[in-house]
Design a binder for this molecule. Structure first.
Ligand code: EPU
Length: 429
């Protein structure tokens, strides 16, 4: 991990008919809440298959600042096994430097309030993809009895008599909001019902982990989740679910490269129900394998229309990568970004590589071009960074991608994984 660049000069080391194999890592967006859930537990949590990405490292530092201990074991496959013990929590105050390193840090609010009955965090703030408010997390915690005070850049939350169960109806679906409230309600007094809960598979994974520690949660994976509060949790062992967004990113890279790649690690048709049909619509062929999909791109992609939406819709976290692929489709594709108000930062960079994309509010129109061309481009966020890799694979000539620290937040072993797909990439320090 670091702040250097990537050099992509396409690159196929394929022999005709070769089938490549890519194994996906554990999911970043499941690992982040699961690591923090260890704060609820006075025992030891052993977590297996955690992705080695900087967002995870930053959350581990945050847990250590709170007083937890975390031991890390690097595995031969590049993932981590972690042992987290949070029998002591020394502080309930988290300052700016830790809160700003990853948006996932907001997930500490529910567990700290539930276990220590108070906490103070710096406001996580916006990021390049949008304003990212947490008003729904705060309102829901207030309905469980927390007194919330916002003082400048700090948020104080207090529940001196502990949190109590509540009926919470989220006005819109929020992934980390649902996770924060599930964790808070685990140690609350009485029953909490979360309505219009988010449906992402990572929420199901968190619920399964919490239940394994002794929580009493039902309905996770549906839009009504019920949590019966318990007084304490115990240690457990847990394997993090596969990273469906990483899998989808490499399916796009494989399709653009023309190589045949087996993307392994899960039932991706059910984990990515909004994405796989759109890929098929664009001409990508999938063959079902035991625990994976064989991916083969077409000679020429077809245009498709995409609306990003909460699960089971098309995931916003695959929108930039898919847009890069569609630059070379026959006909005009349309993408409406309905989750984040500023997730088109990659468009200017793709256009610098020869794409023809225009933006009108939340709508991007991707018109066909014959060829993309390598140049120097800059990644502005995690998924935009992978979109530029996709474009670089398709491009003629060499592409230099700057700002790859964004990529390191959520993708591990990128050079090795692209090599496994038959593609070459160099890291320039
Ligand atoms: N929202 C509010 N108020 C809130 C919370 C959310 O208005 O209190 C709005 C947001 O502004 C957004 C919508 O609700 O328009 C959905 O946001 P959500 O809360 O679901 O997003 P998140 O929980 O902050 C997670 C992922 C993101 C992913 C989104 C949507 C994690 C750690 N992050 O964010 O992942 O884009 O859900 O699926 O799970 C990424 O991995 O690249 C990434 C950005």
């Amino acid at each position: 991990m670091g702040t250097g660049g990537l050099c992509v000069s396409a690159i196929n080391s394929k022999a005709a008919g070769t089938v490549h194999r890519l194994d996906t890592a554990g999911a970043k967006n499941s690992a982040l809440p699961t690591l923090i859930a260890a704060v609820l537990n006075g025992g030891r949590a052993d977590l297996y298959g955690v992705p080695h990405v900087s967002d995870v490292e930053n959350l581990l530092k945050l847990l250590e600042r709170l007083g937890a201990t975390a031991s890390r074991q690097m595995r031969a496959d590049g993932m981590l096994n972690l042992s987290i013990t949070a029998d002591r929590i020394d502080t309930t105050k988290l300052t700016n430097d830790l809160m700003k390193t990853t948006r996932g840090s907001v997930l500490v609010l529910g567990p700290l309030l539930a276990r220590k009955r108070k906490c103070c965090i710096a406001k996580p703030g916006g990021c390049s993809i949008g304003k990212r408010p947490i008003d729904l997390h705060l309102a829901a915690l207030a309905s469980m009895g927390a007194k919330i005070t916002e003082l400048g850049e700090e948020i104080y939350a207090d529940a001196p008599s502990g949190l109590h169960g509540a009926d919470i109806d989220f006005p819109i679906k929020t992934v980390t909001g649902t996770e924060n409230l599930m964790m808070a309600a685990t140690l609350a007094n009485g029953k909490t019902i979360l309505k219009n809960a988010a449906l992402e598979p990572e929420i199901t994974d968190l619920g399964n982990f919490l239940n394994q520690m002794g929580a009493r949660i039902t309905g996770h994976g549906t839009d009504i989740i019920t949590i019966e509060g318990v007084t304490n949790l115990s240690g457990t062992e847990y394997t993090i679910m596969t990273d469906r967004i990483e899998a989808g990113s490499y399916m796009i890279a494989a399709a653009v490269s023309g190589n045949i790649v087996d993307v392994m690690g899960g039932d991706f048709r059910s984990l990515l129900p909004g994405f796989i049909p759109k890929m098929e619509g664009a001409g990508v062929e999938f063959e079902d394998l035991d625990n994976g999909l064989r991916v083969k791109g077409p000679d020429r992609f077809r245009a498709v229309e995409i609306d990003t939406a909460p699960h089971p819709g098309f995931p916003t976290d695959l929108q930039p990568q898919m847009m890069a692929m569609l630059c070379l489709a026959d006909g005009e594709s349309i993408i409406r970004e309905n989750i984040w108000e500023n997730r088109f930062m990659h468009v200017a960079e793709l256009n610098r590589m020869g794409a023809n994309i225009t933006i009108d509010g939340p709508v991007a129109r991707i018109r066909p071009v014959k060829q993309l061309y390598g140049t120097t481009v800059t990644a502005t966020d995690l998924r935009a960074a992978f979109a530029l890799i996709v474009a670089a694979i398709a491009a003629r000539g060499e592409t230099i991608i700057k700002g790859v620290h964004h990529l390191d937040r959520g993708y591990s072993c990128v050079k090795e994984k692209l090599a496994a797909c038959g593609l070459n990439i160099e890291r320039i320090m």
